[in-house]
Write a protein that binds this ligand. Sequence first.
Ligand code: PSU
Ligand code: MN
Length: 305
Amino acid sequence: MNVRMNAEVEQALREGKPVVALESTIISHGMPYPQNVETALQVEKIIRENGGVPATVGIIGGVCVAGMTEEEIREFGWKGQEIPKVSRRDLPVIMATGSWGATTVATTMIIAAAAGIEFFVTGGIGGVHRGAEQTFDISADLEELGRTNVTVICAGAKAILDLEKTLEVLETKGVPVLGWQTDELPAFYTRTSGLKVDHALKDAAEAAAIIHAKRSFGLDGGVLITNPIPEEYSMDPEEINAVIRSAIAEMDSLGIKGKECTPFLLAKIAEITGGESLASNIRLVFNNAKTGTEIAKEYCKAYGK
Ligand code: PSU
Ligand code: MN
């Protein structure tokens, strides 16, 4: 696959330096303007300050890009949902028609893997939606984690999803779910979910060793590292769960389905909480950038060129 990389990303990969991919759907569909642009640029800065090279992924004029320019990131921000949200199934149409495309976790993994980038930091992954036994709505992110060789660092999955079923699917697909210094699956806005991860990571060296074990044995697929939101930014579980329930009820009453569900719920939750959830969302992405870069650096040091 042909991926446009910038010179810095290309050189870092050649020299075995830690490159960290970032997605663009979080910019266009996951947060409102202008916080989306500010966050995207700040995350890149945090990765740099911690010794990594950021590569924001997106599709520009039909071309897969790993390492968008600041101008391109700004354009994703102000255009927002005008830019199509692109999952694996949409990729051929977007490429062939020369369109712009915002990459989800699934497509960011595809493009990162094609570029040779092992690490990808985001906020939350898609998963099994509540009521999936009726709707069959299971994010393509889970399928991708099952097959594509990228490590994803996130804050767990939002409780807009059925977290228990999400863990079941990840198990079926052979994806190790690791907790960053915790044995409990974090639920995005909150540090706890009542569910266990497969393994609690001690430190970055242990994370790197697990990723290396999977790669060197040729066990294809992703590794999921779940990093709890820092205590000071986490939300009250009762409160956020009530908000989520009302957002889902409104989505159902409006008949919103398919790829519109997640963006609708994210915007609705931010609206109901008066921006409190957005502030938490931004903080957890920053925190993931820091942890993800630390792990990427450790991996390159121990197993890189
Ligand atoms: N969850 C979030 N923020 C996000 C997304 C999910 O907390 O921005 C985005 C990611 O790009 C993810 C996508 O890959 O939504 C999942 O969409 P769907 O549920 O339609 O697969
Ligand atoms: Mn879906």
